[in-house]
Design a protein around this ligand. Structure first.
Ligand SMILES: [Zn+2]
Length: 568
């Protein structure tokens, strides 16, 4: 007995045997049972998902000698001839090889004649999008007025290339690509029927290698059976497909997560010993990183189609989204630059080491590892969010700079001006009103600003206070000066709380407000000046940070100064 390739031997002969296209099978079965058939069907989908198989089943359903039904007998000569591809009224055309208008015309000229043996003449035009414009016009004329004894079954991988006039005259079915689960399930049945042993990992590899095509899965399985002398073993299949052991990629990720450079190098050395293709490995790494990103965004979207769900979810939890995005970007660059490296191994190694050294430090500065950059030591936590666009954007937030040192105010305990009442010891006054010591000595803009910030005021009263200056004059009432243009700040309920705070801290002092320009730096001006200085210093520190510099040169990243956030 001659050996039939699996794809042909196990080609479904009725809708029940059809794998993975239940929706289409049910719709067509109902149409057949109720005898409500369209004259033209269009099946779309990637290669090997069953477009022509469905078309052939449909032509059996239409022409079976027992009668039109969703369950052709499979025994009559018509059923068998269709199976064997020699039924006279099933005209199969591969449009990819017959694109000329003459071909189509010749084909369609015969449409008007009644079927020779069957009930219907069935035209199965595969890859119909390959027809020329003239051929489409010829086809369109027939579709507009189809003879009752003709059915058109069109199949294409690329429906977008079909003229809208054709599309609108067909009943369209979009066939879904086969999920790896579905392929594995089908392969298990086929191999059981063939009495061939196979391990699960090998089947998953084949299913992934088939990329949604059942036909490809079956022909790959054919090859694997021949390669493995009648059995399917993972290692053989891996060699056959040239696929990378995904476990290696997970070991790489584990080492990266542990921030363990030695472990990373050890994994790479192991890969070199196994002669693993590093270009393939980097692609595999990219695809795992993509799945990790999906796992982080929508965990339930991760199926176990690649047999790695648990491991994937665990890593997705351990990795920050920023790290992941950065790794992905670096892996893409690594793949691009691989041909430039001295050899593939060193290129791969460099990519991983880069991931280690560029790992954004999202932990607290005190926990940063030895050898981290100066900026990190200074307390700047740099968070890097690269984008996949042409110019990745680096944002840095938050950057905490050391508080500017404020010169301490020389403060004798006893205030010469705010003399305490006779029966209260001077030290108690100072303790009760620690702020009062500020007014001693040089009453500077700085001291006033400090009082304002520590006054406990909030909201509008604080804002008002920040725009004032307390002008102190010996032996007379003090002036709380507010520039006339800020007069409106003193309106409403803003002034009374400020008054109370002043009375609390300077109980013996008469203070009145005057609308004159303070002529010294007010607390608000001081804040703005210091903030600008801190921002400039932070920007400077970041610009000179070696990590940022490397990001800029390697990833065409640019620093966005406006994105800096200063923490207080
Ligand atoms: Zn039949």
């Amino acid at each position: 007995m001659s050996y039939h390739v699996l794809a042909r031997k196990y080609r479904p002969r009725c809708f029940q045997e059809l794998v993975g296209q239940e929706v289409v099978a049910r719709a067509l079965s109902h149409a057949l049972e109720q005898n409500r058939l369209h004259h033209a069907y269009l099946f779309t989908g990637t290669r090997g998902v069953g477009k022509t198989t469905i078309a052939r089943i449909l032509s059996r359903c239409l022409n079976c000698e027992v009668g039109i039904s969703a369950n052709p007998c499979g025994e009559c000569s018509t059923c068998r001839e269709i199976d064997e591809g020699r039924f006279v009224d099933l005209i199969e055309v591969d449009a990819a090889s017959r694109t000329k208008v003459e071909d189509t015309r010749e084909l369609l000229d015969n449409v008007q004649y009644a079927p020779t043996r069957g009930r219907y003449k069935v035209y199965l035009i595969d890859e119909v999008h390959m027809l020329s414009g003239h051929s489409f016009n010829a086809l369109l004329k027939t579709l507009e007025e189809p003879p009752p004894h003709v059915k058109f079954l069109l199949a294409t991988t690329d429906p977008q290339k079909l003229p809208i006039t054709i599309l609108s005259r067909c009943l369209q079915f979009a066939l879904k690509p086969m999920t790896p689960e579905r392929v594995v399930g089908h392969l298990q049945q086929v191999l059981a029927a063939e009495q061939i042993t196979a391990d699960d990992a090998a089947l998953w590899l084949l299913a992934r290698g088939a990329q949604g095509s059942m036909r490809d899965a079956l022909s790959l399985t054919d090859q694997a059976i021949a390669f493995g002398h009648g059995a399917l073993v993972e290692a053989d299949v891996r060699t056959l497909l040239g696929s990378i052991d995904r476990d290696v990629v997970f070991r790489v990720l584990d080492a990266l997560l542990a921030h363990d450079a030695a472990a990373v190098l050890a994994v790479v050395a192991g890969m070199a010993e196994q002669s693993i293709d590093f270009a393939g490995a980097i692609s595999e790494l990219i695809s795992v990183l993509h799945r990790l990103a999906v796992a982080q965004a929508v965990p339930q979207a991760i199926d176990n189609s690649e047999g790695d769900r648990e491991r994937l979810l665990a890593i997705a939890q351990a990795l920050t989204a920023e790290d992941l995005q950065l790794y992905y970007q670096m892996a893409l660059h690594g793949r691009r630059d691989l041909p430039l490296a001295v050899d593939a191994r060193s290129g791969f190694e460099m990519t991983l080491l880069r991931m280690l050294s560029f790992r954004p430090d999202t932990r607290s500065p005190s926990a940063s590892p030895a050898g981290s950059s100066d900026a990190q030591k200074a307390g700047a936590a740099v968070s890097v969010v690269p984008s996949v666009q042409a110019a990745p954007i680096v944002t840095a937030a938050p950057v905490s700079m050391p508080e500017p040192v404020i010169a301490s105010v020389a403060a004798p305990v006893v205030a010469p001006v705010a003399a305490p009442t006779a029966h209260t010891p001077a030290s108690e006054v100072a303790d009760a009103h620690p702020q009062s010591r500020l007014m001693a000595g040089d009453w500077s803009a700085e001291a006033w600003a400090q009082w304002v910030e520590r006054s406990g005021l909030t909201g509008a009263p604080l804002n008002l206070a920040r725009h004032t200056y307390l002008h102190q004059q010996p032996n007379s009432a003090w002036e709380l000066r507010l520039a006339p243009q800020f007069q409106m700040l003193a309106g409403g309920q803003a002034f009374p709380p400020l008054q109370q705070a002043l009375a609390r801290d300077f109980p013996a002092q008469a203070i009145h407000m005057s609308m004159v320009d303070p002529e010294v730096e007010t607390p608000i001006q001081r804040r703005q000046r210091l903030l600008a200085a801190r921002r400039a210093a932070a920007e400077d520190a970041l610009r000179n940070d070696p990590v940022v510099k490397a990001l800029e040169s390697t990833f065409e990243a640019r620093l966005i100064p406006e994105s800096l956030t200063l923490t207080h």
